[in-house]
Design a protein around this ligand. Structure first.
Ligand SMILES: [Zn+2]
Ligand SMILES: [Zn+2]
Length: 368
């Protein structure tokens, strides 16, 4: 079928909206009609060409929500008509990581996915007969996509799909970091560095986990106000004194849990330092540039601080993400408030500009 999609033609240049061909799903694959797709930093990072593992041409986008249109042979996990959230972090349910409750790092299709291919090493996307690679196994800046069934989470059809899109990356990353990776305990104090979508997700997750105090830090007053709306109890414009201030606020010790959601390695250092001596846990959620290093003073670790990282919030996509959507529908948090701009596919580059300008929380492309 002929579809419209946003193609990364050349690094450092705006995406090009073009007509491309999408062929039918093979065995184990699913054709999804996209309804919405969030515009995420990772799309912009790849488009910039700074990421040495990026590839072009490809169809970008990885924060999609839509409806199953058709399925290939042997598909048992989804049915036509199901509402789905796309998973750049799949869940096969069978690999060594999927069988462990400790991680969401499914390895079933990692190599072909990283190289821009579906699990059999080929593409379903073509233009002028030439293959176009898939981005993060998703390629959701498009009217339709073909994905493996293990990379789709079936969600409650009552959930508006524009509100579902942020669950496909940023929102689940933040909520999951607090609930699944750090496993914030009731009554605890959490500090969240950066109040974009991931950081606000961590604020929400810490609140859902029963944290008593949630300290949010950002450079923007507007975002701090947003953080208070989602459950932050204390906010402060971040500066060089941030760590000392957090210590002051916490009896001189630091927070039980800290979350880094900016991707800046200096801020990551602050998140480590602001974690409480003895048992503080610092969770890195932001994505630093490839090759960047985080410096940690070893004494911080010897005295009991722990440092971990969280990819997609440690959320097992097919089995745990639908429950997060249900909690939204139950009114436990407001996912819709995080969608700040609605754009058409033709406006995708505007989505990058809004993100660059930190205008709003999440731009979501609407396909219908
Ligand atoms: Zn993302
Ligand atoms: Zn797996």
């Amino acid at each position: 079928m002929r579809i419209r999609a946003a193609v990364l033609e050349e690094f450092g240049k705006p995406l090009v909206i073009d007509e491309v061909d999408l062929v039918e799903p093979e065995a184990g694959e699913v054709l999804v009609r996209l309804a919405s797709c969030g515009v995420c930093h990772t799309d912009a990072y790849t488009a910039s060409g700074v990421d040495p593992t990026g590839y072009a041409p490809c169809v970008l986008g990885h924060e999609g929500a839509g409806v199953v249109e058709r399925v290939g042979d042997g598909v048992t996990m989804v049915r036509p008509g199901d509402h789905v959230v796309t998973l750049f972090a799949p869940e096969c349910g069978e690999c060594i990581h999927c069988r462990s409750s400790r991680t969401n790092r499914c390895i079933a299709i990692r190599d072909p996915q990283n190289a821009g291919y579906l699990p059999d090493g080929t593409t379903r996307l073509f233009r002028g007969g030439e293959p176009l690679r898939h981005f993060m196994g998703c390629s959701t800046f498009a009217e339709y996509t073909v994905m493996p069934q293990i990379a789709l989470a079936v969600v409650n059809p009552e959930a508006p799909l524009d509100g579902c899109a942020p669950f496909a990356c940023g929102l689940a990353t933040g909520i999951g970091a607090a609930l699944y990776t750090a496993q914030v305990q009731p009554g605890a104090t959490a500090a969240v560095f950066g109040c974009g979508l991931v950081g606000l997700g961590a604020v929400i997750g810490a609140r859902l986990a029963g944290a008593e105090r949630i300290i949010a830090l950002d450079l923007s007053e507007e975002r701090l106000a947003e953080a208070r709306r989602h459950g932050a109890t204390d906010t402060r414009v971040a500066d060089a004194d941030t760590v000392a201030w957090i210590r002051e606020q916490t009896g001189g010790y630091g927070a039980d849990y800290t979350f880094e959601a900016t991707g800046n390695v200096k801020v990551m250092g602050q998140a480590v330092e602001a974690a409480r001596e003895a048992w503080g846990l610092a969770t890195m959620c932001g994505v630093a540039g490839r090759g960047e290093q985080l410096e940690i003073i070893p004494r911080f670790l010897i005295t009991g601080r722990r440092v971990t990282g969280s990819s997609f919030g440690g959320v097992k996509g097919r089995t745990q993400l639908p429950g997060l959507v249900d909690r939204w529908l139950a009114g436990e948090f407001d996912a819709m408030a995080l969608v700040s701009h609605r754009l058409t596919l033709d406006q995708v580059n505007e989505g990058f500009e809004l993100m660059e300008a930190q205008n709003g929380i999440r731009s979501v492309i609407q396909f219908s």
